[in-house]
Design a protein. Structure first.
Lengths: 548, 103, 310
C-alpha cells in the first residue's frame, strides 16, 4: 500500500522538533538558531524572504549562525539577494544552490562567488517566473518570512511592505512546508490579517525591526538637464502620441524626471487626464506632485517605500489600502497587473546591443533584473484592446484581417548614451554573453529581449523600432540615437537621415523641443524638501535623503 | 590631463555682439566653456583641457557637429573639462552660443 | 496649472540659492546688470599647482570677485563655487579674496559680501590656502575696524567648513539658510577621527541638526535665517548691513561673554535637540520641519533668544 503522506509526516516531524524551542508558536529571538537547526534538513529548499525591499534579517542572521555540520547544502529560492548574510551562507557551506531574481547591492559579490564556484546557480529569473516555479518545481520546504506584527495564533500583519509574503506562504504552507515568521512585535490583535495564522507555524519576535531598503526614492536635486530633455521627449513623443494612460515606470532618474514633469511640462501640453492616470508602481515620492495635482487616478504597488506610509494612508482614493488604513502591496499581483493591464513599460538599463537586447549584467556585476523583464515584455496572453496597444500593433505591421492582429505593449528603454565614468550604454556585444560563456550558462542573462523593445529614448532622440522592417534598419535606428558612443559614431549617416524622414528616428527638434529649454526650473519639485511641501508634510523622508 | 585643439572654418560669423560668455562649472562630469569673440569672422578655434585622456576622436566629432550646426565664426572657445559626457559638452556649447547671440 | 505648494517661478531671484552657481547667485543678488567682475575668466588666472596633480583647473579658480550695487549702494562681492573642488581655498582663490578685502579698505563700499560655499583649504595647495585664511581674517578685522561691514551669506552645497568656518566667525554678520551648514571639522572628518558612534556622517538629519542653518541661528552662530532663494538672501543681506555692530572692545567683550555663556549652558548637551529644549523650545523634534515664518516666530518667542554680539 503506497504511503501518500510521506511529506505531511515529515512536515509534522519538523514542527514537533521545533516546538521544543517554542512556547506555542512563539519563539524568542535568542532561540532562532536552535529552532532553525531543529526544523531544517540538509538539502532543503528554503525561501529566506529577501524581497525587493523588506528583509527577514533576524532569520537571515540566525541561518548564517547555524552549524554547517547540521544545516548544509540548502537550495535557496528567493527573489532578492540583498543582505550580506544571503551570501555568507554559501561561503559557510550552509547553502549550495541558488535560484533568484534580483541582487542589486550584492551584484558584485555574487559575480565573484559564481566565478569562484561557491554558488551553484540555477537561474536568474523574472519575479513572476520564480513565483510560478514555487508552485511547480521549486516549492520551499521551509519559508522564513518577515512581518510587522503577529498575534499568538500566528495571524500576521505584514504592514505596507506585504510584497512577496503571500506568494511565498501560499506555496509553502499548502504543500507540506513549514513557515517561520519574524515580526517586530507580538500583539494581542493585529491591525489587519495579511496572512492567516493557520499558515504560520512559528513566530519569532525579532531583536530589531526588519530592514527595509529605500529603493525607490530619487532626489529631485540630482536630476540633470539631460534627463529632463529625455523626459520631455518621452512625454511628447510617446506618452502623448499613443495616449498612454496605464503604465509602469522603472526606477531611475529618467523616469523620476518624467514624473516631475507631469504637473508642469505635460500639463502645459494639455495632457492631464489623457496620459499617466493608472499605474502599477511602487509609491515613488517623485510622483507626489502629480498625485497632488490631480493627475493620478489609481496606483497598485509591488511594495511600499520608506517614508511614504503616512502619505499613502491619507490618499486611499489613489492607493490600495486595508481596513486598518495602511497600504496593501503585493508583488505577484502587481507584476501581473504590470504585465497584462499596462500599455507601457519604461525603464533604464546598462547595456543595449545593436539589435536592442539589453542587460544590467556586466562581467563583474550580476545584479539580476527586478521587475523589468516582466513589465518589459509583450504579453502574448493579452486579449483586451486599448488604443495604445492597437496603435503599436498596427505600427508593427503584419498582414491579414486586422481583427486578427495582435496589439503590442510599448516597451521603452530610456537610456543616456554614456553612463558613469563615460561607460557607453550602447555596445556591439553584451557583457552578459561573456558572463554566460565563462560560467557555462545555457542562457545569457538578458533583461529585455530585442523583440520586446519598441522604443529607445536617448538624449539624441527616439528610435521607434516598431516601424523598422529589416534587421539592418533596426540596427541603424539604434545607432542613430546612440550619440557619440562607438556604436553611434559607426552609423550610416544617409540611412539614419532616411529613417528620420520616415519618423523612425525623431530628434528633439522634430518633436518641437529645444534642448536648451530642458531646464531644472521645469521640475515640479527640485528637492526632497519640495516633495515634503507638496505632500503637506505627510511624506517623511529617511535621514539619508534630508538636508535639514 | 590631455590638451586638444581643433580649428575650423565657418561659412558665417555667429550673430550677436556679446564679446564673451562663460557657462558651466568644472566638476566631476561637468565642464566650463569660455567663448570670446576674438577671431576672424570665418574662424573658430576650440581648445580643450580635459581630465580624461583618450577621447580625442569623440571630442573631434562633438566639436565638428557643433560647428556645423551653429556656425560659430569668430569665436575662440576654451574648455576646462572635468570629465563631462559628450551630451553635456554639446549642451554647454549650445548654451554658450545662445549667450553670445544676445545683443 | 494646479496650485503648487513650491515655487515654480523662473525669475532668477526666485531660484534656489543652494542649487545656483556662484555666478548665478551674484548676478541675481545685486541690482540687475550691475555686477562687474575683477580678474574675469578671460584673464585665465588659474591655479599654478593643480596641473602637477593632473587635475583640471577653472578659469576663476573657484571664486568670482567683483563689485555691484545693492539697493543703489556700492558693494564688493566674492562668491565661492562649491562644485569646483568643493569651493576650497587654493593660492589664487585665496589671493583673490584677500585682494578684494584689501581693495575695500581703499574703496570703502557700503559692505563686502562673501558668498561662502567651501569645504576649507584645498589639500593640493594647503600651505598657500592656510596662509590665505590667516590673511583673509586679518583683512576682515582691518575692514571692520575701518567701519566697513563684512557680511557672510551661507547656503550652498559645500556649506562653510574648515578655514571658511573660521573666516565666517570673523564676519560682522552672517545670514544662513536651512541648507547652509557652518562648522570647522566636517561630518566625515569627525566620523573618521571619533567613530560613527560619536557622529554618523551619513545620518543627514543629524548632520543638519548639528551644523545646519536652523541650529546655527538658534545658538546665535548666525544672525539671520533666510529662505533658500536668492531674493531672501538679498533681502537679508540688505537688512544685516544696517545692523552690523561696531568693531570695538565692547563688542569683542560682549562676544566673549556670549560664547562663554553658551559653553556653560550647553557644553554637556549630547544632541542639538537638547540645546533647543534648554533654550526654551517646547517641541525640539518639530524644529527641522518648520518653515521660515514659523521658525522666525519661534525665535521671537524664545526666552533665551540668540543675542547679537560679534
Amino acid at each position: 500500500m503506497a504511503d501518500w503522506r510521506v511529506q505531511r509526516k515529515a512536515r509534522d516531524a519538523r514542527i514537533e522538533r521545533g516546538r521544543v524551542h517554542a512556547e506555542g508558536k512563539l519563539v524568542a529571538a535568542s532561540a532562532v538558531v536552535d529552532l532553525l537547526e531543529a526544523v531544517l534538513l540538509p538539502g532543503d529548499r528554503v525561501c529566506l524572504e529577501g524581497d525587493n525591499q523588506k528583509q527577514a534579517d533576524c532569520l537571515a542572521r540566525g541561518l548564517s549562525a547555524c552549524d554547517p555540520v547540521r544545516v548544509h547544502d540548502l537550495h535557496m529560492v528567493q527573489s532578492g539577494i540583498v543582505l550580506p548574510e544571503h551570501l555568507d551562507i554559501f561561503e559557510q557551506g550552509i547553502a549550495r544552490r541558488l535560484d533568484y531574481s534580483y541582487s542589486g547591492p550584492q551584484g558584485a559579490r555574487i559575480a565573484r562567488m559564481l566565478y569562484g564556484g561557491q554558488i551553484a546557480l540555477g537561474a536568474v529569473h523574472t519575479y513572476l517566473e520564480l513565483f510560478a516555479r514555487y508552485f511547480i518545481d521549486l516549492t520551499p520546504n521551509v519559508a522564513l518570512i518577515a512581518g510587522v506584527s503577529a498575534d499568538r495564533d500566528g495571524n500576521l500583519y505584514t504592514g505596507p511592505n506585504t510584497e512577496d509574503t503571500p506568494t511565498v506562504v501560499e506555496a509553502t504552507a499548502f504543500k507540506n512546508g513549514v513557515v517561520i515568521a519574524q515580526v517586530n512585535a507580538i500583539v494581542d490583535r493585529v491591525p489587519r490579517v495579511d496572512i492567516p495564522g493557520d499558515r504560520v507555524d512559528f513566530v519569532v519576535e525579532a531583536d530589531r525591526p526588519f530592514y527595509v531598503e529605500p529603493l525607490f526614492t530619487r532626489d529631485p536635486a540630482a536630476v540633470t538637464e539631460t534627463q529632463i530633455l529625455m523626459a520631455m521627449m518621452a512625454i511628447k513623443g510617446i506618452y502623448a502620441e499613443y495616449g498612454i494612460r496605464r503604465l509602469n515606470h522603472g526606477i531611475g532618474f529618467g523616469t523620476a524626471a518624467i514624473e516631475l514633469l507631469l504637473p508642469t511640462f505635460a500639463e502645459r501640453l494639455g495632457l492631464k487626464g489623457k496620459i499617466a492616470t493608472h499605474w502599477a508602481l511602487n509609491p515613488h515620492p517623485s510622483l507626489i506632485p502629480a498625485i497632488e495635482s490631480g493627475w493620478v487616478e489609481q496606483i497598485h504597488c509591488f511594495g511600499s517605500e520608506v517614508g511614504m506610509d503616512r502619505y499613502i494612508r491619507e490618499r486611499p482614493d489613489v492607493f490600495f489600502t486595508g481596513s486598518d488604513g495602511s497600504l496593501r502591496s503585493n508583488r505577484a499581483f502587481c507584476q501581473t497587473a504590470g504585465l497584462y493591464a499596462c500599455d507601457l513599460f519604461i525603464g533604464s538599463t546598462l547595456q543595449i546591443d545593436l539589435q536592442g537586447n539589453s542587460s544590467t549584467v556586466t562581467t563583474n556585476r550580476v545584479a539580476g533584473f527586478g521587475g523589468a523583464p516582466n513589465m518589459g515584455s509583450d504579453p502574448h496572453g493579452r486579449r483586451h484592446p486599448s488604443d495604445p496597444w492597437m496603435k503599436a500593433g498596427e505600427e508593427a505591421g503584419g498582414t491579414g484581417d486586422p481583427a486578427l492582429r495582435r496589439g503590442r505593449k510599448l516597451v521603452v528603454q530610456l537610456v543616456e548614451t554614456f553612463g558613469d565614468k563615460l561607460v557607453p550604454a550602447f555596445v556591439e556585444r553584451l557583457d552578459a554573453l561573456e558572463l554566460a560563456r565563462k560560467l557555462d550558462l545555457e542562457l545569457a542573462p538578458v533583461m529585455v529581449y530585442a523583440d520586446d523593445v519598441t522604443h529607445i529614448v536617448t538624449e539624441e532622440g527616439i528610435a521607434n523600432l516598431l516601424l523598422c522592417r529589416t534587421l539592418d534598419e533596426r540596427e541603424q535606428a539604434i545607432r542613430g540615437v546612440a550619440g557619440y558612443t562607438d556604436v553611434g559614431r559607426g552609423r550610416d549617416h544617409a540611412m539614419v537621415e532616411a529613417l528620420r524622414a520616415r519618423k523612425i528616428i525623431r530628434r528633439p527638434e522634430d518633436l518641437g523641443i529645444d534642448p536648451l529649454d530642458a531646464d531644472r526650473s521645469l521640475l515640479a519639485a527640485r528637492s526632497i524638501k519640495d516633495l515634503v511641501h507638496w505632500s503637506g508634510g505627510l511624506y517623511e523622508p529617511p535621514a539619508k535623503f534630508r538636508n535639514w | 590631463m590631455e590638451k586638444l585643439t581643433f580649428r575650423h572654418r565657418t561659412a558665417k560669423p555667429l550673430p550677436g555682439t556679446k564679446a564673451q560668455a562663460i557657462t558651466g562649472v568644472v566638476a566631476s562630469g561637468n565642464l566650463e566653456v569660455l567663448m570670446e569673440r576674438s577671431l576672424a569672422p570665418d574662424e573658430c578655434i576650440v581648445e580643450i583641457d580635459t581630465a580624461i585622456n583618450g577621447y580625442g576622436p569623440v571630442w573631434e566629432a562633438v566639436v565638428s557637429d557643433f560647428v556645423a550646426r551653429r556656425q560659430p565664426g569668430g569665436l575662440r572657445i576654451t574648455i576646462n573639462d572635468g570629465g563631462a559626457r559628450p551630451d553635456t559638452v554639446t549642451l554647454r556649447l549650445l548654451q554658450g552660443a545662445r549667450l553670445m547671440e544676445a545683443v | 496649472m494646479a496650485m503648487s505648494p513650491v515655487s515654480l517661478s523662473a525669475d532668477p531671484l526666485d531660484q534656489s540659492w543652494y542649487e545656483a552657481s556662484a555666478r548665478a547667485r551674484l548676478d541675481a543678488l545685486v541690482d540687475p546688470g550691475s555686477f562687474e567682475e575683477f580678474l574675469g575668466p578671460e584673464q585665465r588666472v588659474m591655479s599654478p599647482h593643480l596641473p602637477a596633480f593632473d587635475l583640471p583647473r577653472a578659469f576663476d579658480d573657484g571664486i568670482v570677485v567683483g563689485r555691484g550695487s545693492l539697493g543703489g549702494s556700492l558693494v564688493l562681492l566674492a562668491a565661492q563655487e562649491g562644485r569646483f573642488m568643493g569651493g576650497a581655498f587654493g593660492e589664487i582663490h585665496g589671493a583673490k579674496l584677500v585682494g578684494l578685502l584689501r581693495a575695500a579698505l581703499q574703496v570703502r563700499p557700503a559692505a563686502v559680501l562673501i558668498l561662502f560655499d567651501t569645504g576649507g583649504v584645498r589639500l593640493q595647495e594647503a600651505n598657500a590656502g592656510e596662509t590665505a585664511i590667516a590673511e583673509i581674517m586679518r583683512a576682515i578685522a582691518d575692514l571692520r575696524r575701518a567701519g566697513v561691514p563684512v557680511i557672510g551669506l551661507i547656503g550652498g552645497r559645500a556649506g562653510c567648513y574648515g578655514g571658511g568656518g573660521l573666516i565666517a566667525g570673523t564676519c560682522s554678520r552672517l545670514v544662513v539658510s536651512e541648507g547652509g551648514r557652518i562648522s570647522v571639522s566636517g561630518p566625515e572628518v569627525i566620523e573618521t577621527n571619533k567613530g560613527a558612534e560619536e557622529f554618523d556622517s551619513r545620518d543627514r538629519a543629524l548632520v543638519w541638526r548639528t551644523m545646519g542653518g536652523k541650529h546655527r541661528r538658534l545658538i546665535g552662530g548666525a544672525d539671520a535665517f533666510a529662505d533658500d532663494t536668492i531674493r531672501a538672501f538679498r533681502d537679508a543681506a540688505r537688512e544685516q548691513i544696517g545692523k552690523a555692530p561696531a568693531f570695538d572692545l565692547a563688542t569683542l567683550e560682549a562676544e566673549q561673554a556670549r560664547l562663554e555663556a553658551r559653553l556653560d549652558l550647553f557644553g554637556d548637551a549630547r544632541d542639538a535637540t537638547e540645546i533647543w529644549s534648554r533654550l526654551g523650545v517646547n517641541d525640539p523634534a518639530a524644529v527641522p520641519g518648520l518653515d521660515t515664518d514659523r521658525f522666525d516666530a519661534l525665535l521671537a518667542r524664545l526666552p533665551e533668544a540668540p543675542h547679537d554680539a560679534r
